[in-house]
Design a binder for this molecule. Structure first.
Ligand code: NI
Length: 205
């Protein structure tokens, strides 16, 4: 990761936690900070969405009902963070063995301008055969990102010809009922993600 990007990510993390604290205050609750998994305490995260998958078909939150899901917000032009994190998600699913079939990996782009279904169709199989890539209009993406408290913005880096995106980088764990039951920070080991998922499966079996 180059220095500019690194500083950008650090600022973004500060912004996310600042935003979380602000949301808590807005809800009239004390700003309790975050739990060890980075879950913003006292804030409702997630919700319904209607987007387009890499085959061009409509894909909504209801398509995930009945399965666990690992949702990541990123973009295909990302030079480092997104490919790393998508690799970690795939590894976590492998780590679960047979139970991995009960977990749907999903990537929602925060760069719909470039990430068309065609672009996603070439990208997602590189990480996992079942990885679903979702895109939509700018308004739809802004809305789902807001629901998940994902921050993103376009920026130019002189070492790249195309623009890059600064974005928060959490992996969200959804339970079969669609509720967000966990958030993993960037860099969480696949074994740690798998263990948390296994714990949820055990508690609900
Ligand atoms: Ni990225």
């Amino acid at each position: 990761m180059n220095r500019t990007l690194h500083i950008g990510v650090v600022l973004l993390v500060v912004a996310i936690f600042g935003f979380g604290a602000w949301l808590n205050l807005r809800q009239g609750e004390p700003a309790e900070g975050t739990s060890t998994t980075g879950m913003v305490v006292g804030v409702e995260i997630g919700g319904p969405f209607e987007l387009i998958d890499q085959t061009g078909a409509t894909f909504t939150d209801r398509d995930l009902a009945g399965d666990y899901a690992l949702i990541y917000f990123g973009y295909t032009y990302c030079p480092d963070v997104c490919p790393t994190e998508l690799g970690q998600i795939a590894a976590a699913i492998d780590e679960l063995g047979a139970d991995g079939a009960r977990v749907r990996p999903v990537m929602i782009t925060i760069d719909p301008e470039r990430d068309t279904p065609e672009v996603l169709a070439e990208y997602v199989p590189l990480f996992h055969e079942r990885l679903v890539g979702l895109t939509g209009t700018e308004a739809e993406i802004r809305s789902v990102a807001q629901a998940y408290r994902v921050l993103f913005r376009k920026f130019e880096d002189p070492s790249y010809t195309d623009y890059l995106m600064d974005h928060s980088s959490f992996v969200y764990l959804l339970a079969p009922d669609g509720g967000v039951v966990g958030m993993f920070r960037y860099g969480t080991a696949p074994e740690e993600m798998a263990a948390a998922i296994r714990q949820h499966m055990k508690a609900n079996s």
